[in-house]
Ligand binder design. Structure first.
Ligand code: HPA
Length: 284
């Protein structure tokens, strides 16, 4: 079968399995929910009752996290009663990781049986109605990274060669997020996320282009992980924290320090929404 064995892809499958086996041996119950936090958003996992913490560096074949605001740890515990694995820190194309390396943690979650993935990221706002600190439910995305984690042989056991992308972000999870946000009194807007490779930020002409093609926010993550999860049959929810505004008519420099500061302030709100979704999933 294509991609099953004897291809250059086989070592990757083996590495995913070895990482998953290492993690599974340290868990009390199979995880159902995966969380992945972005820049400055580690506190999103505040509601997790942590049973086990594993630095990425202890997990076989896990890439090392190098970015400011990304601690690089895997937490296992329960979130509103749901067995959960939280990935604090992700890998970015702009760090030089391949799409397969960026997708690696998602394949490990898939192998461990996770069926729902909640993603968060920091993003620049394009929609003029947005303000720094706003939380945006991602309703769809535009992949402008020039990369795709499914390029290469298809491993049929993981998913289909041509996965459908007509409903990437799960409407049931989105409804649960809206309900959780409303219950907690947290405003939650929504929009389309454009993913670029980075690491340079956008020029005013690029911002104008992104607005024209229908993007409400722009960032440098999430796309590879989401495509991988959809391929693997994992339901996805994504929320962007709008850390800065990109106005092509009034260009203003965005510093990583300011981006991290806004993200850190918004993280507890996002954590409450994620905990509310978990409660909904567990029927609590
Ligand atoms: N552009 C791209 N990525 C980002 C931004 C931005 O303005 N803010 C936070 N991540």
């Amino acid at each position: 079968m294509p991609g099953e064995s004897g291809t250059p892809f086989a070592p990757y499958q083996l590495h995913v399995q070895e990482a998953a086996d290492f993690i599974a041996a340290r868990l009390d119950a199979p995880p159902r929910l995966g969380l992945m936090t972005g820049t400055g958003l580690g506190a999103v996992t505040g509601g997790l009752m942590v049973a086990t913490a594993l630095p990425y560096s202890h997990i076989p074949h896990f890439p090392a996290a190098t970015v400011q605001g990304h601690p690089g740890r895997l937490l296992y515990g329960t979130l509103a009663g749901t067995p959960t694995l939280a990935l604090l820190g992700r890998f970015h194309l702009y760090e030089g990781y391949t799409p397969l390396a960026v997708a690696f943690p998602v394949r490990v979650l898939q192998t461990l049986g996770v069926d729902t993935l909640l993603l968060s990221n920091a993003a620049g706002g394009l929609n003029p109605s947005f303000r720094p600190g706003d939380l945006m439910l991602i309703t769809d995305h535009i992949n402008l990274t020039g990369e795709n984690p499914l390029v290469g042989p298809n491993f049929d056991r993981w998913g289909l060669r041509f996965p459908d992308m007509s409903r990437v972000y799960d409407p049931v999870l989105a409804a649960a997020a809206r309900k959780a946000a409303a219950a907690a009194g947290i405003p939650l807007t929504h929009g389309v996320y454009a993913g670029l490779k980075g690491p340079s930020l956008e020029t005013p002409a690029e911002i104008r282009f992104l607005k024209t093609i229908g993007a409400d926010a722009v960032g440098m993550s999430t796309i590879q992980e989401t495509i991988t999860a959809v391929h693997g049959g994992i339901r996805v929810l994504g929320v962007s924290t709008i850390t800065n505004l990109n106005d092509p008519d009034h260009p203003a420099p965005a510093t990583v320090e300011a981006i991290v500061a806004v993200a850190e302030k918004a993280a507890p709100h996002l954590g409450r929404i994620f905990a509310g979704i978990a409660a909904e999933l567990s029927g609590a």
